[in-house]
Design a protein around this ligand. Structure first.
Ligand code: NDP
Length: 396
């Protein structure tokens, strides 16, 4: 029986993973090792009572007594705190879903590689902050990393195992987010509620706002660079409002292979869950005659400054990805808290990168997770300073 763990089980990706596992027989088909959540005790306990993992872990340690109470008499072990989440990742499982949001997902995903697992990686921040470390650890441990981000799963599928030497371009599509058609001069007034609505995908709030600003696509460009080992200038972004073509791989013979599908993350999750086989999945089938037309456009750099920042980050390399992601997370927190405007976020990230460039060390190759975590904390501190808000350097 295959064993598996879900990190971030109560989130949007975690719930879709839970749904697919239930549809594929639940605990009759899989031995569940660990389920983790940030603070949602009620939902974690419900999932645990249904899937019966060895251990249920809540990252917010103050909520451990509530989790214990909710699982009393079940025989399921409980634990609390970020350290306990990382420890749970050391428990061997054949397949591990990494679906914690933000840089907090890095350490658990990295630890899970130590037992040579198949890591289904939704947490793009892991590759953005520590790509070379993560890929090297996977090679060293004989582990497999499968992309779950829809665009990267699509590119992986379009590649079909072909040699990367035959690849000229990887194109990632982007819906354009909530403000694709807004006049530019209105963007500064965008509210959190408006930014939290996605035209096509149902996702967690943070990634939805990141889609509106295209910080999400910026992270994904870096993720593609790290995962596929493809040069930055060969990675393209296209605005594709229908969100039906998820990625296109262009080969050196001029052929292009694209991947199409309904905007439902259960496709990419189910692909990773059943890989290398293709199982029947409960996702809607596209009727292209009804769709009629697919449209594509180049992204407007004035509307989406995050994309330019991602290019600068890849040019610097080293620890720039960790700084970029941490500054972005801080700016996003401040926007959600109503402290800065939607259009201020890119400026905050740029200022942090400029300050760190001035101080030196940004281009240093990450030799350990500690180096990445140190850079993460420095960038959060500088972002807080730039915004004049209290520092929250302990998020990771
Ligand atoms: P959600 O915000 O919906 O869920 C995040 C999960 O992580 C929840 O289980 C949450 O617990 C948990 N969590 C939050 N903070 C912490 C923390 N500090 N420590 C431990 N656990 C924590 O996010 P999504 O599911 O939308 O996204 C998850 C990841 O997948 C992100 O990296 C995102 O970029 C990526 N992704 C998401 C897609 C989507 O469709 N949603 C598509 C492609 C990639 P709790 O519920 O208790 O707060």
């Amino acid at each position: 029986m295959r064993s598996l763990s879900i990190f971030g089980a109560t989130g949007s990706i975690g719930e879709s993973t839970f749904d697919l596992i239930q549809r594929q027989g639940g605990r009759a088909s899989y031995r569940i090792v660990a389920l983790t959540a940030g603070g949602n005790v009620r939902r974690l306990a419900e999932q645990a009572r249904s899937l019966r993992p060895e251990i249920a872990v809540i990252a917010d340690a103050a909520k451990l007594p509530a989790l214990r109470e909710a699982l009393a008499g079940s025989g399921i072990e409980t634990a609390g705190g970020a350290g306990a989440v990382a420890e749970a990742a050391l428990r061997p499982a054949d397949w591990v879903m990494s679906a914690i949001v933000g840089a907090a997902g890095l350490v658990p995903g990295f630890r899970a590689l130590s037992h040579g697992t198949t890591l289904a990686l939704a947490n793009k921040e892991s590759l953005v902050t520590a790509g070379p470390l993560l890929m090297a650890e996977a090679r060293r441990r004989g582990a497999t990393i499968l992309p779950v981000d829809s665009e990267h799963s699509a590119a992986f599928q379009a590649l079909g195992g072909e040699d990367m030497a035959a690849v000229e371009t990887v194109t990632l599509t982007a819906s354009g987010g909530a403000f694709r058609d807004w006049p530019l001069d209105r963007l500064a007034q965008a509210t959190v509620a408006e930014a939290s609505t996605h035209p096509n995908w149902a996702m967690g709030q943070r990634i939805t706002i990141d889609s509106a600003s295209m910080f999400n696509k910026a992270l994904e460009v870096i993720e593609a660079h790290e995962y596929f080992g493809i040069a930055p200038e060969r990675i393209e972004v296209l605005v594709h409002p229908e969100s039906l073509v998820h990625a296109i791989v262009g080969f050196r013979d001029g052929g292009m292979i694209g991947h199409l599908g309904a905007p439902d993350m259960r496709h990419a999750i189910g692909y990773a869950l059943n890989w290398p086989e293709r199982a029947a999945l409960p996702v809607a089938r596209l009727k292209l005659a009804e769709v009629g037309r697919l449209t594509f456009a180049a992204p407007d750099p004035a509307r989406y400054p995050a994309l330019g920042l991602a290019r600068a980050v890849m040019a610097t390399g080293g620890l720039a990805g960790a700084a970029f992601n941490a500054a972005k997370e801080s700016a996003l927190d401040a926007f959600i808290a109503g402290r800065i405007r939607f259009t201020d976020m890119a400026g905050v990230v740029e200022r942090v990168l400029d300050r760190l460039t001035g101080q030196g060390g940004l281009e240093k190759r990450p030799a350990s997770l500690d180096m990445v975590l140190d850079m993460d904390r420095s960038a959060r501190r500088l972002a807080a300073e730039a915004m004049g808000v209290p520092a929250d350097a302990e998020r990771i």
